[in-house]
Structures are given as C-alpha cells and as structure tokens.
Design a protein around this ligand. Structure first.
Ligand code: ZN
Length: 276
C-alpha cells in the first residue's frame, strides 16, 4: 500500500469535474479551498484572453498540470485529418500561452474504418505535431480510453497499446496519461504501468471511480471511494513506477454537477484524502 495522503499539495482538479463553473470560478474556488493545481479543458478558453488567464492563474498561485485535450487524429476524411492537425497546433499554442506543460491527447477513432487504420492515422498525426510541440516546450500524453469508446473516441484502448505507440515513436516529448476510469479493469495494468514508468513515459495520473451499476457511459463517473476501483492499490503501482506528479481528479457526473459546487469541492477533498 502506498503512503497515506495527508495534504493537498499533489491534488489537481480538472475543470470539467466542476462543469457548472467557468474558468474564473474554478481558479478562485480551488484556490480558496487550498487546491493549487488545475487541468484546464479547452472550451473554457474560448473567447478569453490567454494572457489574462495566465495572470489569473499566477495571482491565485495556481499551477497548470495539463491542457485537455488535443488529439482526434483518426478520420476517413483527409480534410478532417488536416483540420485535426491544425487544431492540435492551436492547442499547443494555447498550452504554451497559459503555462501548461502538457497536452492530453484523446486520440480519436472513426467507425467508418478499421481500428488499425485509425491507429496508423493517430501515429501519423502525432509525428506531424511533435516538432511543433518540442519547439513550444510542451509535452504530449496519449490517454488510452476504455474499450467501450473504441468506435468513435479512441482506437487506443489499453496501456499496452499506448506504451507500444509511445515506444515506437520514441521521442522524449511523448508519454502516457493513466486514467483509472479507462484502465482499472486491465489484468496487465500493473506490469504496463511498470513498463511505462521504467521507460520514463508516465506523464499524468487521472483519478475517479467506477460506479456500479454504471448509469451512463460518459457522465456517471464516481468520486474515489464511490465504486469498485482499488484506487490506493493502483496509485501504489503508479508511484512505484517512479511517478511523483499530481493526482488529477477528473469526474464527469450528472449527479455531482447538480450539487452545490462549493460543497462538492469539499467532498472531492475528503475523497482525495481518504480514498485515494
Ligand atoms: Zn482522463
């Protein structure tokens, strides 16, 4: 078992966890709650000045763990693949402007073609954006998704596949984001986390829980302790593999979004301190 968590210094919250809040509300409320790391979802940057966002973050002593999300490289349409590259370059510029060191990639998949073709396009897409990424000083993390999203969200559905692609591309700016919701079920998870950390490719750790029964495949994630994932055990593997970064709470939940978000933030802190 890993060491007990007794402070909030490694706690990061994804803005989408508090979807009812805009970016300013996330920054000020997290800061007020003693949370000083944030992962920002890109739609919240629409229409705001990035330099203003940066200064708000600085004023609240808020570290950005990552910008979420780029990717979506796979498509049977050439134009869509080209637009995806452009959008990823824009995301890299945004990450650099707000001081986010990492861009998380949801890699994409297209039901009109095979998963193999989608994976080839993902590899091509990543290879196309890597030079720009390096130039900007930003890192990229492939986030493997649960296989239930294989048809249209990500053709990369396990740690093993993510590790293999990262090792093939073999560039220091590319690694993997481990998300418990997507990966907890995998019998090879412990060894694949070890492999990832051993290669220096473990870039991010997203925490939540799997509710039983799951009411919705997207918006019924649980807070740590709500469901069936042994969060502490997997955190132990992550830390044994050499990862010492933020534990990022990423919970999409119609149930929690309906709550008072300040009260909910206190529950997030409790779940983090007691069930992570
Ligand atoms: Zn995630």
């Amino acid at each position: 078992m890993p060491e007990i968590i007794n402070d909030l210094s490694k706690l990061c919250v994804h803005t989408q966890t508090n979807r009812p809040w805009n970016l300013e509300q996330c920054i000020t409320n997290y800061s007020e709650a003693g949370i000083h790391a944030i992962s920002i979802w890109r739609h919240l940057l629409e229409g705001s000045s990035l330099s203003h966002v940066k200064s708000q973050l600085t004023a609240h002593n808020m570290e950005v763990a990552s910008l979420v999300r780029g990717g979506f490289f796979a498509s049977s349409e050439k134009l869509a693949r080209e637009l995806a590259i452009e959008d990823n370059l824009k995301a890299i510029d945004q990450a650099a402007a707000i001081g986010a060191p990492l861009l998380v990639l949801v890699c994409g998949s297209d039901p009109d073609q095979s998963l193999e073709v989608s994976r080839d396009q993902i590899k091509d897409g990543i290879l196309k954006i890597i030079p720009y990424t390096k130039n900007a000083g930003i890192k990229l993390a492939i986030e493997p998704l649960h296989p239930m999203y294989a048809a249209d969200r990500s053709a990369i559905t396990s740690m093993g596949q993510a590790n293999a692609m990262v090792e093939q591309i073999n560039d220091q700016s590319l690694g993997v984001a481990v998300d418990l919701f997507h990966l907890w079920w995998d019998p090879d998870l412990e060894s694949e986390i070890k492999r990832c950390g051993g290669e220096g490719n473990l870039f991010a750790f997203h925490v939540c829980d799997w509710n039983v029964p799951l009411q919705d495949m997207l918006n019924d994630r649980g807070l740590m302790g709500d469901g069936c994932i042994d969060v502490k055990q997997i955190r132990g593997w992550i830390e044994e593999a050499g990862f010492s970064g933020y534990r990022e709470v990423e919970v999409f939940s119609d149930k929690y979004w309906a709550m008072d978000q300040v009260e909910y933030l206190e529950r997030i802190k409790y779940a983090y301190l007691n069930h992570t």
